[in-house]
Design a protein around this ligand. Structure first.
Ligand code: AHR
Length: 495
């Protein structure tokens, strides 16, 4: 298959925050995840050093916290300072120890050198509570909340630049859900108060791919917004009691959905002439939905019925996260690179445990298949997105959809001029050979590949089937040829 790359046809600059992440007070992400003072790996702040090392290795650029549905009834003021009282988390219907709050989160971000990104409570919260949080984090010493931060041992502001108003408040499942009119008014008043505290912050608000919802939001509050937040999960494992992750073919059949959602949001922003000012943040995305059945059912069963809590342990089944997840993740990141002019942040949901790239157990961690896609992209992929295409892409029917077998994205590395080509082979059985005429000035190549023995390969405790290996590129007559093995993620570096 002939492919062509033009390093002079530039789409834009890739914001490294498209390789971002999210962590929520859910199951074993925070407590029993990264924050586990009893763990032999724990440091002086109770954070697992093996987890921090793995996060540093994939260069987490931004980390959204504390939710997610959790945040819509969370009150940050009860989670700073001494004498923390456990509280009942009405979103996930369980007690939260409340020992991990804003200051612990900021310390965590500093340790992995990533930008904090706080999502505020627009479910039961108010504009005042949100703007008080900005005071606590960003004012030097003015007012009671900055003084509280100083008293809590943090004389310098936390300097949190990224904030979002609310989480999925459009959804009936969310505590404090709102209709478009209520939502746009709350966002306007909250954004106004937050920017009155610190006009340098960048603000997002929960949105949809639905133009009607976004129109109302952007017309009312767009003047105060810098981002629009979109969430997308591609395998709905959330609410069914049966835990049945979709197979490889079905997941490949869904890769076309990534572009559809970006086109809709891009279109709405362009229609309003906002495409140069408001950026798109896919601040929750994952090939797999989180499994938490019964959260809105069994309401008559009373608190003794903790079936819905036990069901969440199924998120820990590592065989779920196969090459389907790795291939899908690479296709999603390629779409962000191709749309880098507007998609400036994406947060894999979540970073740790549940459906995340890192899994913890008492004895250590497992790097799941998606971990290696983030390692590949954050270590090697360029930052100036350029055109990379083929005019004869083979197609197959997978999961009932017509699917192009190869997904391509390219970027020049501004640090050394290398031309990096991300080439994904979605076929579960057919090797795709691509030939690329070498652009002028490039004469050598290296290939790295994420793959496992089969499309269903996965990593687990004592089992490392999926890893990064060095592949082979053949240079001949001004062309570089690479064989893309089935179900593989490949990164070709031309110098
Ligand atoms: O399934 C987990 C939830 O997905 C997150 O808490 C929420 O933001 C989204 O609905």
């Amino acid at each position: 298959m002939k492919c062509y790359v033009n390093p002079h046809r530039i789409y834009g600059t890739v914001n490294p925050m498209v390789y971002g992440h999210f962590i929520e007070h859910f199951h074993r992400q925070i407590y029993g995840g990264v924050y586990d003072p009893a763990s032999p790996f724990a440091d002086e702040d109770g954070l697992r050093t093996d987890v921090l090392d793995a996060m540093r290795n994939i260069k987490v650029p931004v980390l959204r916290w504390p939710g997610g549905c959790f945040v819509s009834s969370y009150h940050w003021k009860k989670a700073v300072g001494k004498n923390r009282m456990p509280f009942y988390d009405k979103a996930w219907r369980m007690e939260d120890p409340n020992t991990f709050g804003t200051d612990e989160y900021i310390k965590f971000c500093r340790k992995i050198d990533c930008a904090p990104y706080i999502c505020t409570n627009a479910g039961t919260g108010t504009a005042e509570e949100m703007s008080d949080w900005v005071e606590y984090c960003n004012l030097k010493e003015q007012g009671e909340y900055a003084k509280q931060r100083i008293e809590n041992g943090f004389p310098e502001p936390h300097a949190v630049k990224y904030w979002s108003i609310g989480n999925e408040n459009y959804g009936a499942w969310e505590l404090g859900a709102k209709d478009a009119e209520e939502w746009s008014r709350l966002v306007l008043e909250s954004a106004k108060m937050m920017k009155h505290v610190d006009p340098t912050i960048e603000l997002s608000a929960a949105a949809l791919t639905d133009p009607n919802w976004n129109l109302k939001l952007l017309q009312k509050a767009g003047n105060f917004l810098d981002w629009i937040s979109i969430h997308v999960y591609y395998d709905a494992l959330q609410n069914s009691w049966e835990y049945a992750p979709s197979d490889y073919e079905t997941m490949m059949g869904r890769t076309g959905k990534v572009r559809n959602s970006i086109v809709k949001v891009r279109g709405t922003l362009m229609m309003l002439g906002l495409e140069k000012r408001i950026k798109i943040a896919y601040d929750e995305w994952n090939p797999r939905g989180w499994h938490h059945p019964g959260i809105h059912q069994n309401l008559g069963a009373g608190l003794e019925n903790d079936e819905f809590l036990k069901a969440r342990d199924k998120n820990d089944i590592n065989s779920t996260y196969t090459m389907a997840d790795a291939v899908f993740t690479a296709c999603f990141l390629n779409e962000c690179i191709r749309n880098c002019d507007m998609v400036k942040m994406a947060n894999f949901a979540p970073l740790l445990n549940t459906c995340g790239p890192i899994f913890t157990y008492d004895g250590g961690i497992v790097k799941r298949s998606t971990y290696y896609v983030f390692e590949l992209m954050t270590h090697h992929m360029g930052d100036i997105s350029v055109d990379f295409w083929t005019d004869k892409c083979s197609e197959e029917t997978m999961g009932g959809q017509q699917v192009k077998m190869v997904d391509l994205a390219a970027a020049v590395r501004s640090c050394d001029g290398a031309l990096t080509l991300s080439a994904v082979n979605k076929s579960d059985a057919v090797t795709q050979e691509i030939e690329i005429p070498l652009p002028e000035g490039y004469s050598s190549s290296t290939v790295y590949t994420v793959n496992g023995p089969s499309k269903d390969s996965y990593n687990d405790i004592g089992r490392e089937e999926v890893r990064i290996t060095e592949g082979e590129a053949i240079l001949s007559g001004g062309t570089v040829s690479v064989k893309l093995s089935p179900h593989s993620v490949n990164l070709i570096i031309l110098r």
